[in-house]
Design a protein around this ligand. Structure first.
Ligand SMILES: [Fe+2]
Ligand SMILES: [Fe+2]
Length: 209
């Protein structure tokens, strides 16, 4: 587990790494922080032990760190990406797992970094794992990541509202997403717990569950 360093110290390290990634791409700004916060809330909603909540939180902070290895011209390209450019972006979980795997204290979160783009139905990447072959941490971060990607502006896509994003998670429940994790996100949305922190712009416009 993550016992060798204090959680505060780990936090500083992962936030510095995430800042390095944010500096590369304006549309990534704050993404890892929001995904870390939502992943932690999902882990809590699912009743996972505190140590596992903390592991998932740290892993979520690092999930996209492999994008450091993706050229800026692709990461920041406005408009549609070509198939070849998508293929380069799809390398980031593999790149990230190698970066994180070099640091002993981060080894417990390699699964999260490597498998956050796996899909519950086995159609994800890089390893095409399905169902419980994917660690629960990675299944949680997959939902949080997709939710944040939908509700914040990206170079290649416009933003959808919080309620539209929840509807999309519901639609992909059991296909792209673990049904239990999808249900946890829906429950969180209905309780409005994350609206203030994660959907502030959308909440300001008046989010209806
Ligand atoms: Fe990613
Ligand atoms: Fe991401």
């Amino acid at each position: 587990m993550l016992a060798h360093l204090r959680l505060d110290d780990l936090h500083e390290i992962v936030e510095a790494l995430a800042a390095a990634l944010d500096a590369k791409s304006s549309c990534m700004c704050g993404h890892s922080e929001r995904v870390a916060e939502l992943s932690w809330q999902l882990a809590k909603t699912l009743g996972l032990p505190p140590a596992e909540q903390a592991r998932i939180h740290i892993g979520a902070h690092l999930h996209d760190i492999g994008k450091i290895g993706v050229p800026d011209s692709i990461l920041n390209k406005p408009g549609k990406l070509t198939e070849d450019e998508f293929a380069v972006i799809r390398q980031h979980p593999d790149i990230g797992s190698h970066i994180v795997g070099k640091v002993k204290v981060f080894r417990p979160v390699v699964d999260i970094v490597r498998h956050h783009h796996e899909r519950y139905d086995g159609k994800g990447y890089p390893d095409g794992l399905r169902g419980t072959e994917i660690s629960l941490g990675a299944r949680i971060v997959a939902v949080a990541d997709a939710f944040d990607a939908m509700t914040t502006l990206r170079a290649y896509r416009s933003v959808v509202t919080c309620s539209e994003a929840v509807a999309e998670v519901r639609r992909c429940r059991g296909s792209q997403f673990d049904p239990d994790v999808a249900d946890a996100l829906i429950a969180l949305a209905e309780s409005r717990k994350f609206v203030s922190t994660l959907c502030s712009s959308v909440a300001a416009a008046g989010f209806v569950g």
